[in-house]
Design a protein around this ligand. Structure first.
Ligand SMILES: [Zn+2]
Length: 146
C-alpha cells in the first residue's frame, strides 16, 4: 500500500542530514542541478517549499532556498525577499544567492529582478551585519555592472 506523499512532512525532514537526498527527490523529483532545472513542481510541493521558508528551523529555511535557487521560478521571489531579514546570516546569504545567482539556474539564466529588488540587494551589500552576506550581495551588484 502506497501512502500519498505528505509534502509538508518532506519539507520538515530537510532539517535532517540523514535521508535528505531521498527527501529532496520525493519532494521535487530530482537531485542534481541538471535534472532540477527541468522539473515541474507539483502545486503541493511548491506550497510546502514556500512554507519551508518560514519554518522555525533555519536548516529547513536554508534548504528551501537551496531548492528554489535551482528551480529558478520567478513566482518564488516575493516569498524569498523577507529572508533578506532572516535572523541567521547563513540564511540571509542564501536568500541573496537564490535571488541573484545565474550559475545554478537552467541555461545559466538568472531571475529577472525588478529595480526595487536590486535596490534592496544593493542595500544588503552595504549594510548587512554579516560580512559574508555583504560579500554575496556585493558580487551580485558587481555582476549587474554599473
Ligand atoms: Zn546558485
Amino acid at each position: 500500500m502506497k501512502e500519498p506523499l505528505n509534502y509538508t512532512e518532506l519539507v520538515n525532514r530537510l532539517a535532517y542530514k540523514e535521508g535528505r537526498n531521498e527527501t529532496i527527490v520525493l519532494l521535487v523529483g530530482a537531485i542534481n542541478a541538471r535534472d532540477l532545472a527541468k522539473v515541474t513542481l507539483k502545486p503541493e510541493a511548491r506550497e510546502a517549499l514556500i512554507l519551508g521558508l518560514t519554518h522555525d528551523n533555519a536548516k529547513v529555511r536554508w534548504w528551501s532556498l537551496q531548492l528554489m535557487d535551482h528551480l529558478a521560478d520567478e513566482s518564488f521571489i516575493p516569498f524569498i525577499l523577507p529572508l533578506l531579514n532572516d535572523p541567521i546570516g547563513k540564511v540571509r546569504r542564501h536568500a541573496v544567492h537564490a535571488l541573484t545567482c545565474d550559475v545554478c539556474k537552467p541555461d545559466r539564466c538568472g531571475l529577472e529582478l525588478s529595480k526595487s529588488i536590486r535596490a534592496r540587494i544593493t542595500e544588503v551589500a552595504h549594510s548587512d551585519a554579516d560580512a559574508r552576506v555583504r560579500k554575496e550581495a556585493s558580487a551580485a551588484v558587481a555582476n549587474w555592472g554599473s
